[in-house]
Every structure is written in structure tokens, then in C-alpha cells.
Design a protein around this ligand. Sequence first.
Ligand SMILES: Cc1cc2nc3c(=O)[nH]c(=O)nc-3n(C[C@H](O)[C@H](O)[C@H](O)COP(=O)(O)O)c2cc1C
Length: 213
Amino acid sequence: MKKTITLALTGASGLPYGLRLLDCLLAAGCRVHLLCTQAAHIVARQELNETWPVRAEALAELFRVRFKVQDAEQLQVWGMQEWFAPMASGSNPGDGMVVCPCTMGSMASIAAGLSENLLERAADVMIKEGKKLILVPRETPFSAIHLENMLKLSRAGVVILPPNPGFYHQPQTIADLVDFVVARILDQLGVPHQLMARWGESNSQHASTFPNE
Ligand SMILES: Cc1cc2nc3c(=O)[nH]c(=O)nc-3n(C[C@H](O)[C@H](O)[C@H](O)COP(=O)(O)O)c2cc1C
């Protein structure tokens, strides 16, 4: 197996980003430790019309079937108080962690170093161990409190990657917009993908914006 990544889904709007990221990480052969907050379950019902099982192992099985995962070790789901999970300790943090989508609440808790649940603890471990931690914060507009938390986290080495898709690749579908953001996350993790053509590559669109060019 390749990289080991912790992926946390929180109760912000934007679960399609998180699920597409999960799909891509698994397809790339990564081992994924998945965390899901209680609020993420509520948002899944609201924006995906999906009711996710509360029990971690049942949720793991649902996603293993959906994403065609053969090896149960490749995708594990952990409860929010499972302190014996590997990423709860600096001795076994894996290669990185993504919180996608990330609520303002979880971001604030991480910025404050609270470590009151496994998500917050794993993020705290990533920061203290100098591992890659990527937050995908979803809110609009951002308040001064949100921005201060982002600046604090950025100064601690955390990547703040808001789900702001560009439009220069001429997206046709919502899936295209989702893939734009997921591609940027995978790039940050160093996980190979072919979600979209890279800027300046021969198969990327080139339409001059300069009439005299
Ligand atoms: C449908 C729905 C959408 C929400 N969207 C957001 C959002 O985009 N950003 C945010 O910070 N909170 C959002 N919330 C509120 C959070 O879910 C709430 O603050 C929750 O306590 C966050 O908990 P968590 O960080 O443990 O997931 C939303 C709630 C619901 C029900």
C-alpha cells in the first residue's frame, strides 16, 4: 500500500468533495483512516439524501462496497472517541490528514489545540509532528474569527485549501467543479491523479484572453 492518510468529514456543506477525495485516495492505493463527525451524518442526510450508519464498522462496510475496496485494512472508520486509533499518537501519524469539508467549529478547535475528540487529536498530532495537514474550510463570508484561526493554523504549517474551484478549465458539470478542488488536495498530498489536465500541458484548453495575442 502507498500513503496512509487520515480523512475527516465534518458537518460543513460540501460532502461531495470529501467523498470524491475518498474515492480517489482509495483508487490510488492509499490506506485511509476515515473519521466522521455527528454533524457530518446530519449533513449527509440533508445534501446527499443518505443515512449513514452510526456504528463505525457498518459505515466502513458501506464505503468499502461503494468504492470497491477488497482489503478491509485499506479503509478503516474510527469512532470519534477511539483513542487507540493509530493517528491518535505521534508514534503512528501516517503520511497526512485532510479535513474535508471542514466546519468553522472543528477549525476553531484545531486552532485552539483542544484535542477533545479523535479528529482534533489527530490534527494536533499532525501539527506537532510536522506532517501534512490540509483543511478545506467551507463558510461564506468568513468572519474575522474564522480568518484569524486560518492565519494561526497557516503559521503552524497547516494548508488552508478552501473549496474554490477555478473556471478556466471550462467545467460542464458539478463533478468537474468538485474534481478541480479534489485535484488540488491530491497535489498537496503528493498522490498521483489524472482528474484534470494541468495548466500549460498540451491537452489543457488554451483560449487567449488577450485579443492581440
Ligand atoms: C445542512 C447543514 C449545513 C452546514 N453547513 C456548514 C458549513 O458550511 N460550514 C460550517 O462551518 N458549519 C456548517 N454547519 C453547521 C455545523 O454542522 C455545526 O457547527 C456543527 O456543530 C459542526 O460540528 P463538527 O465540526 O463536529 O462537524 C451546517 C449544518 C447543517 C445541518
